[in-house]
Design a protein around this ligand. Structure first.
Ligand code: HEM
Length: 147
């Protein structure tokens, strides 16, 4: 069961973090240069079909893995031990990712045009940085700590 959860967690990470790195490094600069919002919208409309399920898998398997390592959810927010701090940071990254993603989805993407592309960029870049930090902290959890 542990191996299955970890495999699903790593697969989800490849989709979530990999997809955001492709968006931020290849599609966003081109869309900004060409002032072409359609480039982002066509990527988003295809990516979100795997991206959103991948995020759900990360949350479910992440909480299962966290519970296995520290079966006291109240301690996850205490930052008292190394494991608790890593789990706390993961949950913080999740909160930040949700806040930026919901704001982009509700406020920016419905009216996306060339003039508002920079404000979308200021959502894509932080969410991509958070997605890489999820991987760094996750590997830290499995290798004795990185914080
Ligand atoms: C998009 C979000 C996430 C990504 C990209 C991500 C990525 C990763 C990666 C790459 C690992 C290392 C796996 C390995 O060592 O083989 C990992 C481990 C871990 N992650 Fe996540 N993670 C995410 C969300 C979460 C969440 C929300 C939690 C819940 C608190 C979480 C809890 C854990 C735990 C506990 C481990 C250590 C598993 C172990 O070594 O036993 N992750 N994560």
């Amino acid at each position: 069961m542990y191996q299955l959860m970890l495999i699903l967690h790593v697969l989800g990470a490849t989709v979530w973090t990999g997809g955001h790195l492709v968006l931020a490094i290849t599609i966003l600069p081109q869309a900004l240069r060409r002032r072409d919002a359609e480039l982002i919208l066509s990527f988003e409309s295809r990516y979100e079909r795997v991206g959103i399920p991948a995020l759900v898998i990360q949350v479910v398997t992440g909480i299962w893995l966290a519970f296995r390592m520290l079966p006291d959810p109240a301690a996850w927010f205490g930052f008292e031990t190394d494991v608790a701090s890593h789990i706390g940071v993961k949950l913080l990254l999740l909160l930040l990712t949700a806040a930026f993603a919901v704001d982009a989805r509700m406020r920016i993407i419905p009216h996306l045009r060339a003039e508002t592309l920079p404000s979308l960029a200021w959502h894509i870049i932080p969410v991509t940085i958070f997605s890489v930090l999820f991987v760094v902290v996750g590997v830290g959890l499995g290798t004795g700590g990185i914080l």
